[in-house]
Each structure stands twice: as C-alpha cells, then as structure tokens.
Design a protein around this ligand. Structure first.
Ligand code: ATP
Ligand code: ZN
Length: 285
C-alpha cells in the first residue's frame, strides 16, 4: 500500500510540536524512541526523523514526500520544494544584532563589518539587496557569543524573546525576516501520495482553524441582537436561543482569538453579559 513519507525534525525546537500536530490530526504513532523512521498505526504515513537542515534536500529528491521545518531553513537551503502550508508554530524572526553599546547608524553600519551566522545565504541575499559590502562568517551554532570572543562584529540569528541577545550584551537592530514552521512538499509527488496529502492537509486546516478560533456564548438583551450579530458573524451566522427571562436571549458564535480582546468592550457596551469563550478542538469550514 502507498504511504505518505513525512520528514520531521529528530530533536530540537520543532520536534514535539510537529508530532503534536500529527497527533491532533488523528495520526497515531507507536510509542518507540525515535529511530530513523516509524509508521503510524492508523493512517498510511511513515515518519522520517532527520536534522532540520537535511529536510529540504530529502523533500527535493522525493525521499520524503513532505516535511515540517522552519521557513528560515527552507529559504536558507534554497531547494526546489513546494511551500504547502504555514503551520503557525515556532514563530521567530531573523535579525541582525550588534553589541549594545555600539551606536547604530542604519544599515550602512554593516559595511566592512564581519557578521557571524548559521544562515549565510539568506544574509548574503539581504546584503546584496541593500547594497552592503560585509564579510559573512558561517558558524554552526552559539552564534550569539561571536562578538564577545572577537570572532565577528555582529550576528545574524534567530530571535524570539530577545533574552539571549540581552544576556550576551547584544541589541537587535534590523529584522530581516519572520519565520514559522511550514509544510513543504516534493514537487513531483505521485498521485497516491498526493491523495493522502490532500486528506492530511484537510485535517491540518481543521486543527489550525480550531487553534485560531474560539466558541463564544453570551447573554444579550433582544434589542442588541442585531448589533451583536454584526460584531460576531461566526461561521455562517450566530445561533440565538431564547432565555426563560423575557427580553433576553443566548447568542452563540465563533470568534477569532486575536480579535476577542478588541470586541469584548463593544459587546459589553451593547449589554452582553455572562460571556463565555471556550476552545474548539476541530473546525471544518
Ligand atoms: P538540528 O539539530 O535539527 O539541526 P537546529 O539546532 O538547527 O536543529 P533548532 O534550534 O531546533 O534547530 O530550531 C529549529 C527551528 O525552530 C529553527 O530553524 C527556527 O525556525 C525555529 N526556532 C529556533 N529558535 C526558535 C525560538 N527561539 N523561538 C521560536 N522558534 C525558533
Ligand atoms: Zn539545524
């Protein structure tokens, strides 16, 4: 039987979340330690555990049909792969940072400087686009210590909270790109694998929509229902149930999590009470 081969990071910042996503998509993996590969027990997929740096190459060659990794790594490796889905986790930015006491004068600061990074191709492209002539020192890890030990004047690296930079006496001065985990695919994927991928993508979207949305229930005076429905249009339209108390109803809808705090004040001003916001497990539009 055909199987869909999925490459995920063996160990690192993406591994747990990648497996968690598959689990939420209903894919059960045996409880073994991560060998090179494992097969799901209830869906025709095989998981290959690899270093994230190798995933683009495996997917370009079709050794894996799809792979989960950081967009930054996809751009750095620059292989011929399809970008299929953005996955919404492992969000970070890639930035240039310099010693905190240095005066930053703008991007020309980097002219004739030496910059340490694990992402040389991406940085070189950025410098070419900005007409900067700098030297790029490629190192494998612990980039943030490079200025302190005299290896480079500045660094180009992943930043999430900025605390690592702070601890190493650095400050972020240019954000070059934003990244998140993405799903990439083999451009010549065969028909049976393509069908499995379609099924998996459907599930991934249901999980992602569920993450991004909340179920909202509230009590409202009937006179405010029209205004509240405009504010909370939901998936098709809100559900309205009468309350025993005359003139009141219960309104159920769906709201994007990132919009919730913006509309809550308005809901209250319309007279909404007893507002409940609850998680959604799966959401199919
Ligand atoms: P490997 O051993 O597989 O080569 P690695 O050391 O290259 O792993 P990790 O540090 O595990 O990589 O990071 C993997 C990816 O996770 C990065 O390419 C980036 O997309 C994302 N990432 C890294 N650091 C952070 C962070 N602090 N916050 C959010 N996402 C991050
Ligand atoms: Zn890596």
């Amino acid at each position: 039987m055909s199987k869909l081969k999925i490459a995920v990071q063996k160990s690192g910042r993406l591994s747990e979340k990648s497996l968690e996503l598959l689990k939420q998509c209903g894919i059960k993996l045996p409880n073994s330690d991560r060998k090179l590969k494992t097969e799901a027990t209830n869906f025709p997929v095989e998981i290959l555990f690899l270093r994230d740096d190798d995933i683009p190459q495996y997917v370009e060659q079709g050794v894996a049909d799809i792979g989960v990794l950081g967009e930054n790594e996809v751009l750095e490796k620059d292989k011929t792969v399809d970008l299929l889905e953005r996955l919404g986790f492992a969000s970070c930015r890639l930035s240039l940072a310099i010693p905190k006491d240095e005066l930053y004068t703008g991007i020309t600061y980097f002219n004739n400087k030496k910059i340490a990074t694990s992402y040389p191709k991406m940085l070189a492209k950025f410098f070419v686009n900005n007409d900067i002539n700098a030297e790029i020192e490629e190192i494998g890890g612990s980039v943030e210590i490079a200025p302190g030990i005299g290896l480079a004047h500045a660094i180009f690296d992943i930043v999430s909270t900025g605390s690592t930079l702070l601890m190493n006496g650095l400050k972020e001065v240019e954000q070059v790109m934003r990244s998140e985990a993405v799903l990439i695919g083999y451009p010549d994927i065969k028909a049976p694998q393509k069908e499995l991928l379609r099924q998996l993508s459907f599930r991934i979207n249901a999980v992602r929509n569920a993450y991004e949305n909340k179920y909202i229930l509230l009590n409202a005076p009937e006179s405010a229902v029209a205004q509240i429905c405009d504010l909370l249009p939901g998936m098709k339209s809100p559900t309205i149930l009468p309350l025993v108390e005359k003139g009141w109803c219960s309104l159920h809808s769906v709201i994007r999590e990132d919009q919730f705090w913006e509309v809550i004040g308005q809901l209250k001003s319309y007279g909404a009470q007893g507002i409940l916001v609850v998680p959604i497990e799966k959401m199919i539009l």
